[in-house]
Design a protein around this ligand. Structure first.
Ligand code: ZN
Length: 164
């Protein structure tokens, strides 16, 4: 296996092949339908763990386990205003790495979640606290679909929130 240092050039050149996969950058689709807020996020594992191969030592395997555990709570990734009274109904974290499959150079976290918000009008600011603890995450492209149509936002680690 190549070392991470080699990956800087190798992964950059590979972006044409993995058009959906850019290091440090993820994407999120958020859809609000009535009181139901559904999300699907795709984030490079490199941005979350700093590596995309199967864990090679205890520190790496602990980091992966911590991420899997943290992901059970969608609040780890996305913070909704308390006044919106949202309750998580479902959260599912998937990755080839969690299955112990050796990815061919790249791996993503595919994360889906679902909230019921009793007061969806209060969803005026949506924040992403994970940028603080995952410093290799730099950007999240958000597609928001609400009753007023569709909007795009680019959320960055320097400004980790948006207002739909
Ligand atoms: Zn990658």
């Amino acid at each position: 296996m190549k070392k991470l240092g080699v990956c800087v050039l190798g992964c950059f050149l590979a972006t044409g092949v993995f058009a959906q996969h850019a290091h440090g950058k993820g994407k999120l689709q958020l859809k609000l339908e009535g009181q139901t807020l559904m999300g699907e996020m795709e984030m490079p594992m490199e941005a979350l763990l700093g590596f995309e191969h199967l864990p090679k030592n205890k520190a790496q395997s602990d980091a992966m386990t911590r991420l899997q555990n943290a992901a059970q709570d969608a609040g780890y990734f996305i913070e909704l205003p308390a006044e919106a009274k949202c309750q998580q109904k479902e959260a599912k974290a998937e990755s080839s790495m969690f299955k112990g499959l050796a990815p061919k150079g790249h791996s993503d976290l595919d994360y889906s979640f679902h909230f019921i918000c009793l007061n969806p009008q209060a969803l005026t600011k949506i924040s992403f606290p994970f940028f603080k603890s995952h410093i290799k995450s730099h950007q999240l492209k958000v597609e928001w679909v609400g009753d007023k149509g569709q909007k795009s936002f680019t959320v960055r680690s320097s400004k980790p929130y948006f207002s739909p």
